[in-house]
Design a protein around this ligand. Structure first.
Ligand SMILES: NC(=O)C1=CN([C@@H]2O[C@H](COP(=O)(O)OP(=O)(O)OC[C@H]3O[C@@H](n4cnc5c(N)ncnc54)[C@H](OP(=O)(O)O)[C@@H]3O)[C@@H](O)[C@H]2O)C=CC1
Ligand SMILES: O=C(O)[C@@H]1CCC=N1
Length: 274
């Protein structure tokens, strides 16, 4: 199943929809005339129309009537209201892709009449630069071709992998929320440089480029982070002192805890969505 000629719709045109729209239109995946978004905010609709030249509407059903692929991009707590209003309008020839944290495919399917394919995806904001990380899983009526289509869509805005749905909360805790962890590390690294006397702008360039370069080293050399860390670490040198300080401060446990807490929150959201 190809994206060629397909019409795409977004219900909810907020931060994540904007990141995806930037990646999708920037990659030339679909022309703007084939894309429509609904949002309750007048200001948001005007902004999206101006920025992407896509169709915009207040009416979520108009998006469903327009699109072959409908991305549900509202906050999890708004999902029940949106699905109660629109669920019966979807047909089995369409694909629903939900990006909402913690909302299961079963939950969405309850609101849909008939055998509508549902794909659940967890992207992240670097999709804006076509550097996103997305995991997808399939609902009851989604076939391999629907999953492939979702993977093609999200691959256009970064890397996309399939996972079983039981792992989606873990994905949310790792890569969905992960950019925020990376920003806090970049900010702290730059602050630490400022503390040691570097000008703020220089410190931020050095911190962010170090993160970017290190991530590329992992992906492009195929070497493990452990091997790459050892390459930096001269015996008796500077790096091992820095690493010792990080270990003393519990950096690894802090990461474990962050991913565990965020994953747990994702699981809680599914319980809260009535
Ligand atoms: N931000 C991120 O990094 C990621 C977010 N997600 C998921 O994406 C989804 C959207 O998140 P995000 O983009 O950050 O949220 P935003 O709040 O930025 O976007 C949601 C948009 O939907 C609008 N909206 C609210 N109610 C309705 C409605 N009934 N019909 C149509 N539009 C409506 C909101 O308007 P208003 O603001 O006026 O209420 C807002 O503009 C969430 O479910 C989140 O879990 C997934 C991965 C990463
Ligand atoms: O914080 C959140 O709930 C959303 C989901 C993943 C990233 N942002």
């Amino acid at each position: 199943m190809s994206l060629n000629g397909k019409k795409l719709g977004f219900i909810g045109g907020g931060a994540m929809a904007e990141a995806l729209l930037t990646g999708i239109t920037g990659a030339g995946l679909l022309p703007a005339q084939q894309i429509m978004a609904s949002d309750i905010s007048e200001q948001r609709r005007a902004y999206l129309k101006e920025k992407f030249a896509i169709g915009v509407t207040t009416d979520n059903s108009t998006v469903i009537n327009h699109a072959d692929i409908v991305i549900l991009a509202v906050k999890p707590f708004v999902m029940s209201e949106v699905l109660a209003e629109t669920g019966s309008r979807f047909s089995s020839g369409q694909i629903v892709i939900s990006i909402a944290a913690g909302i299961s495919t079963t939950y969405i399917e309850k609101y849909l009449a008939g055998q509508v394919p549902v794909v659940r995806a967890m992207p992240n904001t670097p999709a804006l630069l076509s550097a996103g990380a997305t995991a997808v899983c399939c609902g009851r009526w989604a076939l391999d071709r629907h999953q492939q289509l979702a993977l093609s869509l999200f691959s256009a805005v970064g890397r996309a992998v399939p996972v079983p749905e039981k792992l989606m909360d873990a994905v949310t805790g790792l890569s969905g929320s992960g950019p925020a962890y990376m920003y806090i590390i970049a900010e702290a690294l730059a602050d630490a440089g400022v503390r040691m006397g570097l000008p703020r702008d220089v410190a931020l360039i050095l911190a962010s480029q170090t993160m970017l370069g290190s991530a590329r080293m992992i992906q492009e050399t195929g070497r493990s982070p452990a091997v790459l860390k050892d390459m930096v670490t001269t015996p008796g040198g500077t790096t091992i002192e820095g690493l010792f300080a990080l270990e003393e401060s519990g950096i690894r446990a802090a990461m474990y805890r962050a991913v565990e807490r965020a994953s747990r929150r994702s699981a809680e959201l599914s319980g809260e969505a009535k």
